[in-house]
Design a protein around this ligand. Structure first.
Ligand code: HEC
Ligand code: HEC
Length: 369
């Protein structure tokens, strides 16, 4: 008879199939790792033990693993665990580094978090308590986003696997994302993703991150680690409002402007002073105009503002103010007769439309050449 639900009693008293299962729950990893139950084997508690390693030896090992089907994430992780296994034996000897294979290409090619960073962070999480691990991982990930990679040390090392020999171009990615990091490097180096140089670049970075992880851990366990990571000023500036103290709607250490630009960029919008109690969009001046005209508007309360230019067919020509957040006040900006791509538009009638909160008003403007 098929049982859909298995009670605790079934578990304990039923056939050997369940009995093994019950013991597996206790023996955990040991049984799973070996594929069979090892009676009396020792269970290792988390965090796993660590011993100081030579970063340069780890670098070479990680690079070798990259080229031996382990790729970036398991390569970084395994570069460290292989050497821990050599010096400590268990539990490292039986830890399957393949658990980290998913992280290659920022997660099987998704280009999200760089696999090396994933691999290094997983290792840190395995050997340190949750509390301090955050600072160590921040140090590693922050370093990656601000460093010239591959490092000089990576370019100068002598590797076991020599699929490409010679210096590789270096760049600062500014981002922990595999996608930004790889694509920007390809751009700088003039290479394609499938090129041997790009693969060697990621192999060298695998070594870089493994070596850096070990440096951080060596310091941490020697009691000499001092974290240097802080949010870049540009991120901190955005977080003064978007962080938990005020708006509380953003959680990231990544460079905001790399994706958003600056949505609050009010350059070209001048606050002309004075207070206002009404929404207003004034007639542009001069009008008719060529090539530039001034547009004045007022908003009585802080809010998102859009000022857009449409042609006579109702087609959007230029988003002069694209959902920027302005304080209450009187403003003046310009339209220089161009579209969003910066091309001069032809003579004719155009409309400027101001939108903020529930307010919307349109004025008619005449461009003559
Ligand atoms: C002075 C405070 C302040 C600062 C500094 C600030 N923001 Fe904002 N931001 C706001 C407010 C308020 C909103 C509007 C929230 C809403 O619409 O719910 C907003 C909205 C946004 C939005 C949504 C825009 C939209 O169109 O809805 C983005 C994206 C954003 N901010 C990004 C940034 C970035 C990037 C930075 C740093 C370059 C930054 N903010 C700095 C206060 C700020
Ligand atoms: C890797 C790209 C990326 C980075 C880096 C990033 N964001 Fe975003 N952010 C997005 C995407 C994508 C969305 C969702 C789509 C959207 O609304 O633009 C979003 C949404 C938002 C929103 C809500 C937008 C809305 O319409 O209300 C705010 C606010 C915001 N981000 C602010 C920030 C701030 C501040 C930072 C830096 C501390 C930041 N973002 C970093 C990609 C990014």
């Amino acid at each position: 008879m098929e049982q859909k639900t298995i009670t605790r009693k079934d578990f304990l008293t039923s056939t050997s199939k369940y009995a093994v299962g019950a013991v597996a729950g206790v023996a955990g990893l040991n049984m799973l790792a070996g594929g069979k139950l090892m009676a009396g084997s020792k269970t290792f508690d988390w965090p796993y033990p660590y011993t100081a390693l030579d970063p340069e030896a780890v670098r070479i090992k990680a690079h070798t693993l990259y080229w031996n089907e382990k790729d970036c994430c398991a390569g970084t992780f395994g570069g460290i665990t292989d050497l821990l296994a050599e010096s400590m034996g268990e539990p490292w000897t039986s830890f399957p580094i393949e658990v980290m294979l998913f992280g290659r290409g920022g997660g099987v090619g998704w280009g999200s978090i760089c696999g090396c960073l994933n691999g290094g962070a997983a290792l840190i999480s395995l050997v340190t308590e949750k509390g301090p691990s955050g600072a160590l991982i921040n140090e590693l990930w922050g370093w990656y986003t601000t460093e010239m990679l591959p490092t000089d040390a990576a370019n100068e090392a002598t590797y076991e696997v020599q699929n490409y020999v010679g210096d590789l171009p270096q760049n600062i990615s500014g981002s922990p994302l595999c996608h930004s990091s790889v694509s920007q490097w390809c751009n700088v180096a003039g290479k394609k993703v499938a090129d041997i140089e790009r693969k060697e670049r990621c192999a060298r970075i695998t070594g870089d991150i493994a070596a850096k992880t070990v440096e951080i851990l060596n310091d941490y366990f020697a009691g000499t680690f001092t974290g240097t990571f802080v949010d870049p000023e540009t991120v901190a500036a955005c977080m003064t409002c978007h962080g938990s103290a005020v708006l509380g709607n953003v959680m990231t250490h990544m460079e905001c402007t790399s994706c958003h630009g600056d949505p609050h960029d009010t350059s070209g919008i001048e606050n002309v002073g004075g207070i206002t109690t009404n929404y207003k969009l004034e007639q542009n001046y001069p009008n008719p105009f060529n090539p530039t005209t001034n547009i004045k508007f007022s908003i009585p309360q802080q809010g998102k503002v859009r000022l857009e230019i449409y042609d006579i067919q109702g087609k959007l020509i230029n988003s002069i103010i694209d959902s920027e957040y302005l304080n209450a006040g009187n403003y003046e900006t310009k339209w220089n007769g161009t579209d969003n791509a910066g091309r001069k538009v032809s003579s004719g009638i155009y409309f400027a439309r101001l939108t903020s909160q529930d307010y919307m008003k349109t004025i008619k403007m005449n461009l003559i050449k």
